[in-house]
Design a protein around this ligand. Sequence first.
Ligand SMILES: [Zn+2]
Length: 269
Amino acid sequence: MQQKNTLIDIGANLAHHRFHADLDAVIDRARQAGVEHIIVTGTSERASRDAHALTQNYAGYLSSTAGVHPHEAKNWNAGCAKTIEQLAGRQGVVAIGECGLDYNRMFSTEAQQLLCFEAQLQLAVRVQKPVFLHEREAHDAFFALLKQYRSQLKGAVVHCFTGNTAEIREYLDLDCHIGVTGWVCDERRGDDLRQALKFLPKEKLMIETDAPFLLPRNLPVKPQEGRNEPMYLPVVLEAVASILGISATALAQQVRLNTGQFFNLPLAA
Ligand SMILES: [Zn+2]
């Protein structure tokens, strides 16, 4: 039987209510698919607490991020900032985020988003943890703010990158890592992304599912309810490997190395 590649999912929303009923089974399936570690995304004060609590239940297998998504920026206040900073010091919390700007649906105003994003960049500098970044339809403002802080940040990954070649080049100029999801498998809208990835050095690549969202569209059998899970991470790896024209196995080894170093994960040798 073919050896499975060992993969790390850098972004799964396992604290989401769609995983409440069967998280054990989801984790079992992920392990069987070769996923050796999952970083649970924190998207709000509460979700960041929940994500961290999960890491305690599945110690060693799960890590988490602590941060406030731009959609939630309207809820950013002193109490929330304090919670995120406290979480950042806990074991198993490996990055600040997801944070950034999202001008697609504007669930928070531009001013709220900018304030919330900058505060988290400053926090990440203080605690010297990398940032897990979200940007949608806000590249210029996002880039300008990130650039101001980049030299002081321990690391920066632009998660769920869906942009074009010009954008990826700018992020690479800032020495960012790039997180790629199942968006890359979407034949309707992934063209810019597939083109851009050809310019990505494989040392800068990390992969993620963004589960329960962004189910890869090319799955032969679709799961009920269309829920994405970390077990589908190999599909993302295969898609990127075919774009870059290298073997999935070689790419998996490189991506694992990138990810372990970036998040300082306790991986088996
Ligand atoms: Zn995101």
